[in-house]
Design a protein around this ligand. Structure first.
Ligand SMILES: [Zn+2]
Length: 69
C-alpha cells in the first residue's frame, strides 16, 4: 500500500483517496528526480500549469511593457 499522500495542484487539498487523484504533469527538479503533479479528478480542469521558462519570458515581457508606458 502506498501511504504517500498527494496534494491537489488546483485546490491544495490532500488527495486521500488514490482513486480520486490523477497525475496531471511531471515536473523536472533542479537536482535529483522530478515529481508528479497531482490533482483531484474533478479539479483537473482547474489546474494551471505554468512552464517556468515561459513564465520567465512572459515576466520579462510584462516588465518591459510596464517600463515603456
Ligand atoms: Zn482539488
Amino acid at each position: 500500500m502506498n501511504a504517500v499522500l498527494h496534494v491537489c495542484r488546483a485546490c491544495d487539498g490532500l488527495i486521500t483517496d488514490p482513486a480520486d487523484g490523477v497525475i496531471v504533469a511531471y515536473e523536472e527538479a533542479m537536482s535529483g528526480p522530478g515529481w508528479q503533479v497531482w490533482a483531484h479528478r474533478e479539479h483537473v480542469d482547474d489546474v494551471e500549469l505554468l512552464d517556468p521558462d515561459l513564465l520567465r519570458i512572459m515576466t520579462r515581457i510584462w516588465t518591459a511593457q510596464a517600463a515603456a508606458e
